[in-house]
Write a protein that binds this ligand. Structure first.
Ligand code: TTP
Ligand code: MG
Ligand code: MG
Length: 398
């Protein structure tokens, strides 16, 4: 018996979740952050047959033939991965090596060399880091990148992903497939879409149709048991799932039922969580024409503050703020930073800091930055963003 169609707000045709839910309001304007900012740009990158790619890179004679990395067939070894030639024989990760050689007697199995894979991974992650700090590695060969605020390529996530793929291939010697989408779950599915050495883009307006056609087994958190249970209920695709009442799904799957409904509509607000402990969040702008007066600088603060709020929201850092700061780089390239204790980046507080900083040189400014320092940090900003200023007054209060 098919349940009645859902009549809750979840039936809304818009399925894209624009923002993380853990920042309900914008501290500067009082507006909901979710309504104030546009969809995120998430790239999911995953290397193609990673261990095998590294082996083929280091020994090109291994290319073009079925190759696996794993344990020996005669000692209960398993396949860690295999190249795409070997996959044609039905070989895959976690298969016993003994079975793999039965399926493909010509299969060459090389033992894993983890140090090489770790070194390649470090190189790849360093390339990602040139585009955004918001990187969440999932394994040696895989990461989410939030490039919503990245300024490369006129902010085109597609161009950024294409460049990253080309750079990894050229400098590390392995191929990466990428998915670009407004959230993690769709980006991860998209990176698999055109594997190997491919890329797939799901624009915000395409999420709804893209997700509707997906089998439920593709949903994050749906393993074999849940998929089988859904199948028994007559649910095969996300479109089928959308017909269900939340209460019915709750009856069958507990709290995961609500999550299932969201995912079936392409909603996934999980932020990209960087592994490194974040000590500060900041934004800065270098102006094409110097800002001549304090009033000119002050006029820029609301825009910077709004950008900062968006960035704090995406980093899920709103609850960790302990200080605000304003940075000014003057026309003569001298730099100053002023900060104060605070837990919310309000425009008046940032203006007060600006005024103090400006008074130190009273010169045209070529760059303004605003930021927050977070608890648990050592009190210093990330060094690549804000190197030690020459006239710092780190403990000024406002
Ligand atoms: P994956 O990204 O899952 O697989 P892959 O990169 O080999 O192939 P694909 O093109 O489908 O992405 O895993 C990355 C590496 O992790 C893989 O090269 C080897 C290792 N691995 C194991 O050791 N055991 C496993 O069961 C899996 C799935 C991966
Ligand atoms: Mg991979
Ligand atoms: Mg992977």
């Amino acid at each position: 018996m098919k349940p009645a169609p859902v009549t809750s707000a979840l039936t809304s045709a818009r399925t894209v979740s624009p923002r993380t839910p853990d920042t309900a309001t914008d501290s500067l304007s009082g507006r909901s952050v979710a309504s104030a900012i546009s969809p995120r740009k998430i790239i999911h990158c995953d290397c193609d047959c990673f261990y095998a790619s590294v082996e083929m890179r280091d020994d090109p004679s291994l290319r073009g033939r079925p190759l696996a990395v794993g344990g020996r067939p005669d000692s209960r070894g398993v396949i860690a991965t295999c190249n795409y030639e070997a996959r044609r024989f039905g070989i895959h990760s976690a298969m016993s090596s003994a079975l793999a050689v039965r399926k493909c007697p010509d299969l060459l199995i090389v033992p894993p060399a983890m140090d090489k894979y770790r070194a390649a991974s470090r190189q790849i992650m360093a390339i990602y880091r040139e585009y955004t700090e918001l990187i969440e590695p999932l394994s040696l060969d895989e990461a989410y990148l939030d490039v919503t605020d990245a300024t490369h390529h006129q902010r085109s996530a597609t161009s950024i992903a294409a460049e990253i793929r080309a750079r990894v291939a050229a400098t590390v010697g392995v191929t990466v497939s990428a998915g670009v989408a407004p959230n993690k779950f769709v980006a991860k599915i998209a990176s698999d879409w055109n594997k190997p050495d491919g890329m797939f883009i799901v624009k915000p307006h395409q999420v709804d149709a893209f997700v509707a056609a997906l089998p439920v087994s593709k949903l994050f958190g749906v393993g074999r048991v849940t998929a089988a249970k859904l199948e028994q209920l007559g649910v095969r695709t996300c479109a089928d799932l959308r017909d269900w009442e939340a209460v019915e799904l709750h009856r069958h799957f507990g709290v995961f039922g609500q999550r299932l409904l969201e995912l079936s509509r392409g909603i996934d607000s999980r932020p990209v969580r960087p592994d490194r402990e974040r000590k500060s969040v900041s934004v800065e702008t270098t102006y094409p024409i110097d800002l001549r007066t304090l009033a000119d600088c002050a006029a820029e603060i609301p825009t910077l503050a709004a950008q900062l709020d968006g960035r704090i929201a995406r980093a899920g850092a709103a609850a960790q703020i302990r200080k605000l700061f304003v940075k000014i780089r003057f026309a003569d390239f001298q730099r100053t930073t002023v900060e104060c204790m605070a837990v919310t980046p309000t425009v008046p507080a940032l203006l007060a800091l600006l005024e103090k900083g400006w008074a130190r040189r009273a010169q045209p400014a070529r760059l303004l930055g605003v930021g927050v320092r977070l608890v648990d940090g050592a009190g210093d900003a990330q060094p690549d963003l804000f190197a030690q200023p020459i006239e710092d007054a780190p403990h000024a209060t406002c």
